[in-house]
Every structure is written in structure tokens, then in C-alpha cells.
Design a protein around this ligand. Sequence first.
Ligand SMILES: Cc1cc2nc3c(=O)[nH]c(=O)nc-3n(C[C@H](O)[C@H](O)[C@H](O)COP(=O)(O)OP(=O)(O)OC[C@H]3O[C@@H](n4cnc5c(N)ncnc54)[C@H](O)[C@@H]3O)c2cc1C
Length: 442
Amino acid sequence: MGPNVDLVVSSSGFPRETEVVVIGGGIVGAATALSLVERGIPTVLLEKGLVGAEQSSRNWGWCRRTGRDVRELPLINLSMQLWDGMNARLGSDTGFRITGIAYAARSEEQWQRQQRWLEEARQYGIHSDALTSAQLRQKLPDIDFPVQGALYTALDGRAEPQKAAPAMVAAAVAKGLNLQQHCAVRTIEQTAGKVGEVATERGAIRCRAVVVAGGAWSRLLLQGCGVTLPQLKVLSTAFRTAPTDYDPGCCISFGLVSLRKRLDGGLTVASSSNGIADITPDSLRFGARFMPAYRAERQGIRLRLGQRFSEELFHWRPGRADKISIYERIRVLDPAIDARIVRKVAANLARVIPALAGVSIEQSWGGLIDSMPDAIPVISPVAPVSGLYLATGFSGHGFGIGPGAGQLMADLVTGSPPSVDPHPFRLARFTDGERIAAQHWL
Ligand SMILES: Cc1cc2nc3c(=O)[nH]c(=O)nc-3n(C[C@H](O)[C@H](O)[C@H](O)COP(=O)(O)OP(=O)(O)OC[C@H]3O[C@@H](n4cnc5c(N)ncnc54)[C@H](O)[C@@H]3O)c2cc1C
């Protein structure tokens, strides 16, 4: 089981008509719905399980500029501004705190990459520091682990994944959002190339626009509309410890182990180098497009052939309006984890921070990351279908960038001037000849 999310009460009446339907109650759907209702747009948010129960409650909770893909920097700058005012905007606590984030470089090559990122980031007004290993040791005196140096961004922070999306949705409901949970969208219906309604397990809702913010399910939802989205899933594992006095002050990553302090006094611990990419029929379809990103990340991602191949081959099919769909059969995507990864990361934790040897592990979980070949999201209209919009593919860093992504999506849906340039995030980049490549800075 994944972490318990804060519960949000669904709206009482089932709507038959609205302006905008948002599919998916993760951080991106939540931020989109919030931004739309704040503009006075009648909006319905449909979630097949519970708000926040998939990736958005399973992540590390880092809200980071540090080492981010340069194409995402304007969007993360906007997001950090939004995070900063979020608790006041919602009237509740998302757990957001500015704590700083430190990413250590273990090799000279990684250290050089991080310095190059610093130069790029300065052009976006981002003030990170390159700490020498001596400066890092001064900052984190409990850690005596050999590194070349570290990127440190004092204005980065963290929030509580189990609280953030629910808090946004609860505030949006108070402002007029109609929220339906345990309400899967089976199909998005179009007439003459235009979105007309969504078919849900509880009936149809007529609407003028649909935003797909379905995380790892977006590929399938789009397939149902006849649109190909080159998206694959990567399994990532994390765990939390019992409350401990240890508090490094900032979120820290040493590659083989990363951690942040939680509001409950424990630590969320993981490693960026333990991803598992299960081979599926989609891996065969899109594998070539992902190969450059996979090669660059190959030490961090293991390919695996197992049950998921046949499961997706036989069961992951686009829905039909009149039949129970895969979205209802899997209310919450809760992938099994490999216990060896948890043991390995716990051992690395003790190696890097000896004071944490033997700390009690309270819970571990997995999440399926919705990944794109260039590791940046799609936030875009879906050109062949008028009224259809897509916000997905956050490739493992959508929690921090979620608030800005939601605002940008609401700009696109309402035809307002976009808060940041949406060009890098257009869906058409996969077909218009752009060179598709991921950036690796950390
Ligand atoms: C272990 C892990 C660590 C991570 N760490 C970080 C981090 O520290 N910082 C960071 O910025 N990002 C991190 N991420 C990535 C981040 O969690 C995601 O990018 C982000 O949560 C994506 O949000 P989302 O709303 O797009 O998707 P999700 O949270 O996956 O939400 C999609 C929702 O859509 C719903 N849905 C799908 N299909 C349907 C349907 N047919 N009908 C109704 N509802 C539907 C699903 O039930 C789900 O709730 C991490 C991810 C993982 C797994």
C-alpha cells in the first residue's frame, strides 16, 4: 500500500454538464482545477480512486530548481512562487517549507556537469551555489562521505505529498469545483473532431473542454481518442522512517541515497538510481525513442521482463462507454516493490549517515513514473481533437512543478496569455521534427 492521503469529501450532486472536465486528481489535475475555478470556470474533477493516491502522494516531496532541465526553469520559477503563497491561498498546510536542497556530486564528471548547469540557471535568475566538499561537510557535519562538491539552492524546498493535492482540491471545492472520486472516465467522446462529453462509470458529462491529467494512464486515455502518446512507466521505490531527531536542515542527495525530513518527524528516503522499467508492449512500440534517455540513465534504470508485459498486453485497453474499464479495475496503481531495493537503500543510508544505522523503516512503497523520451512534460492542446488538452509525462519531477503546470494548463484552456512559454511542452514536438533529447545535469 502507498502512503495514506488526506481525504477530501466528494461533491454531492453528479453533474450532467460543465465547461471543463479535468481527468485525474493528482497534483497536476488538482492545480489545474484550482486555477480554473479561481477564474470562475465551471469545472468538474473526475478521479477514479482518491485524490492524490497515485504518484502525487508517493513522491519524495522535493520542490526543486536544482539541476532541473533548463527548458523547465521558467515553469519551476513560477511554481516556486506559487508554492510560496500556497498555504495562504488554500487556507491549509501543504507542508511546503523553504529548506534548501543539496545535490552532491560523486565524480569529477558529475561535478563539471553541475557547474555547467549553474551557468545556464543564472540566466533564469536562479541563484544556486557550488559548494566544495569542505563547505558541504560544514553544512552537514554528520556526513563524512567522499564527494567532489554539491549544488545547493537555498530557496528550494519540500512539501508533504500526502497533503498537497488534497489541500488544493479541498480549496477548489470550496470555490465551486465539482469533485467526483471513485468515478473513472471510460472514454472521451468527440463529434466531428470536437470534444463533446466524457463517459464515466456513473454516466455522461457534457463539456466544452477536457484536460487529461492522468499520470501513468494518460497514454491509454489518449489512445482511446486515436492519439499516440509516446509514454512509458518507470517504477520508483521509496520508504519512510520512524520519527528521528536527525534533521539535515535541507533535502539531500548523494545519488545512492536521498532524503528529506517529514512533518511527522520521520524521513522519506530513496535513491534516484534504482528505477525499474518493466518491458511492456509499449516498450516495444516506443523503445527506440527512449533509447538515448535510457543510455544516459542506464546505471539508474534496470530493464525487467515480468508479468507486467502480459498484464498490459491483455488488460490495458482503452475503455468503452458501456463496459467496466481497466480504470475501474485498478482504482489505485499500487505497484509491488522489490524489497531488495529497500534493503540496499537502507544500507546506503547507514553508510552515508552512520547516525541513522538501524533506524526503523515504517513503510515502503512504489510509484509508476510517467516518462517521456525527452523527460519533460506535455502541457498542450491535442491538435487533432478540438477542446482536448493534455498535462502529463512529468518524468519524475512533476510534484514541484505541479502548481505552475496547472496554472499554465488553465491559461491554455481559457485562451489567456500563457504564464510561461508553452512551446517546449507542446505535444507536436514528437511529430514536427524537433530533436528529442533529455538533459542530464545531476
Ligand atoms: C517515488 C517517486 C518519487 C518522486 N519524487 C518527486 C519529487 O521529489 N519531486 C517532484 O517534483 N516529483 C517527484 N516525483 C514525480 C511526481 O510524483 C509526479 O511527476 C507527479 O505526482 C505527477 O502528478 P500527476 O497529477 O500528473 O499524476 P498522478 O499523481 O499520477 O495523478 C494522476 C491521477 O489520474 C487518475 N486517473 C487516471 N486515469 C483516470 C481515469 N480514466 N478516470 C479518472 N481518473 C483517472 C489516477 O487515478 C491518478 O490519481 C516522484 C515520483 C515517484 C513515483
